[in-house]
Design a binder for this molecule. Structure first.
Ligand code: FAD
Length: 538
């Protein structure tokens, strides 16, 4: 089935949600909800999914972008958790080569700090051992001289050598989109900017939800036999459990993008922060370096989570400590973002970093199924478990079929794009993000193949694709999640925001007032994410 994720497709989907009855309603279009909708649709269940914001606008678009087993969890002997994540990582690498790319990590070890060489070598052996498919190169041990050759920017005082191992990197928001597209191709009816205001019940059992379209403000009732609450840190807003204790203990994690030339890393490096021994990642992202993450309890408003100057200072201190010539300052930060981990509450005394990353499914007396925890990497396995429960509830024994199903543009896409006359670099870039069918209609249109910002890979054609094939509804959807100008452009895309809004407006029928209001909202978002700079200056 073809997925129509255009504005017309969205309106048609909402009309179907209003008039038809569904086997399953999934609330939440982060990676977990998307995975559940995909699995259910591929099993033939009549499935609807809504997100009150944009797809991936919650935690799933604010991650470290790693598809990984979680090496650090071996320290606390969470072997089962790591085994599952490693196997899901391998599946994603095999089945989604355009979206999930292997990456080499150097993990140095220093005298009197972090893991010693023996422990690290054993940990890396276990990590390799847990991979059944062996899709990644095997670990290697590096002498201090070899660490220096791979990552010359790293400090060498007390260096005792290091490990070389592989995990994978992805674009988190685009991975969510790919999963949703696959769900829609399987028959799922999906809409973003559509909020569940209230779960509906008949005779005390969940029977659907009241939904508000946040673009038109229309409200309607959707009927579904089963409702799954995959709303991440917002989980308890829809639950009606007797126990008032919160299900989750959200912790906040921030990331910064820095110029890679300034940091000096060549590939990915794993650091141990001197301040608290926490494991941090320094990841290559084109000409930038992504550094993360922090892990601190969060008791504020989950709708407004931004990096503070303390968060940023912690990461910069760790970078400057590991890369002595880097000397990065807050003014070097290209962009920063913050997300909340939807971790399962286990007791107040546990340190933030030690709270388990396992997922859990909750079933309330009214029949509402809720799921939280886990990782971007393990979303498929989580979804399989949830949909098994849904099938049992529906009395339909249908096997899961996502285990070997691929995601994202096919391998031949770059060749197809070249054959359409697109130059090499643009063809490579577009083929990692879009199927050729989405690109074709816009070729030859004014400035389609021009770069939006000189020096950055994003092309004007992608604004049209975002609106017409990826359900982008607001300027923020395009700037932050479809393209990434928010993260990668030195001015966070403010200089081109008006032109992008104008182009979106040609597709969505925006007048000048609407364009201005979209630009205003985007400016506020950027300002919110830059308050750490003012805090630093004070
Ligand atoms: C800092 C950080 C770094 C991380 N790094 C990694 C990593 O590198 N690799 C990895 O594998 N994992 C990583 N994780 C973990 C991973 O990101 C999360 O486990 C995962 O994204 C959670 O997805 P989710 O779908 O449960 O939640 P979310 O992505 O938050 O999705 C929930 C969705 O529900 C929607 N919603 C809420 N209420 C309603 C409503 N009433 N109606 C409709 N929709 C609603 C929200 O808008 C939201 O989009 C990281 C997490 C954090 C915080």
């Amino acid at each position: 089935m073809n997925a129509d994720l255009s504005p017309r497709g969205r309106a048609a989907n909402l009309a179907r949600m209003r008039s038809e009855a569904f086997d399953l309603l999934v609330v939440g279009g982060g990676i977990v909800g998307a995975g559940i909708a995909r699995d259910a649709a591929m099993r033939g269940l009549k499935t609807a999914l809504v997100d009150r914001g944009d797809f991936a606008s919650g935690t799933s678009g604010k991650t470290s972008r790693l598809v990984h087993g979680g090496l650090r969890y071996l320290k606390s002997f969470k072997i089962g958790l790591v085994r599952q994540a490693v196997r899901e990582r391998d599946r994603l690498i095999r089945g989604s080569p355009s979206l999930v790319r292997p990456l080499a990590f150097t993990i140095p070890t220093y005298e009197g700090r972090g893991m010693g060489p023996l422990t690290l070598r054993f940990g890396l052996w276990v990590y390799d051992f847990l991979s059944r498919d062996k899709v990644l190169p095997k670990r290697r041990w590096l002498t201090p001289a070899k660490v220096g050759e791979r990552e010359p920017g790293l400090g060498d005082a007390g260096l005792r050598g290091g490990g070389l191992y592989h995990d994978a990197l992805t674009n988190d928001a685009r991975l969510v989109l790919a999963v949703l597209r696959s769900a829609a191709e399987g028959g799922a009816v999906v809409a973003n900017h559509a909020e569940v205001i209230e779960v509906l019940r008949d005779g005390g059992r969940v029977s659907g939800a009241r939904i508000r379209d946040r673009i038109t403000q229309d409200g309607f009732e959707l009927r579904a036999s089963v409702v799954v609450n995959a709303t991440g840190v917002w989980l308890d807003r829809l639950r009606t459990k007797a126990d008032p204790a919160p299900t989750l203990r959200p912790t906040k994690g921030i990331h910064v993008f820095l110029p890679r030339k300034k940091v000096g890393n060549r590939e990915a490096v794993v650091l141990n922060a001197r301040r608290d021994g926490r494991m941090l990642f320094v990841l290559p992202w084109g000409p930038l370096t992504l550094v993360g993450t922090t892990d601190t309890d969060f008791g504020g408003d989950p709708d407004r989570v931004v990096p503070t100057s303390d968060d940023v200072a912690y990461l910069l201190e760790a970078v400057n400590d590991a890369f002595p010539d880097a000397e990065v300052h807050p003014s070097d930060v290209v962009s920063a973002y913050a997300g909340l981990r939807p971790l399962i509450q286990e007791g107040e005394t546990t340190e933030e970093s030690d709270i388990s990353r396992k997922h859990e499914i909750f079933e309330d007396p009214d029949g509402l199924l809720s799921v939280a925890g886990g990782k971007l990497t393990t979303h498929r396995a989580m979804a399989e478990e949830v949909v098994d429960r849904v099938c049992a509830r529906l009395g339909r024994a249908i096997a899961c079929s996502t285990a070997d199903a691929g995601l994202g543009p096919e391998a031949a896409t770059a060749d197809e794009l070249r054959a359409l006359g697109i130059e090499e670099t643009a063809a490579q870039f577009l083929s990692s993000r879009h199927p050729a069918a989405d690109v074709r209609p816009w070729l030859g249109k004014p400035s389609a193949e021009d770069r939006i910002v000189p020096g950055l890979p994003f092309l004007w054609i992608e604004v049209s694709i975002a609106v017409e094939s990826e359900m982008a509804q607001h300027l923020e959807d395009v700037m932050v999640r479809r393209l990434g100008l928010f993260h990668e452009s030195a001015d966070q895309g403010l200089g081109v925001a008006a032109a992008v809004a104008e182009r979106m407006g040609t597709h969505l029928g925006w007048d000048a007032t609407r364009q201005e209001s979209e630009i205003g909202l985007y400016r506020e978002l950027v300002a919110d994410h830059r308050t750490f700079m003012e805090e630093h200056a004070r």
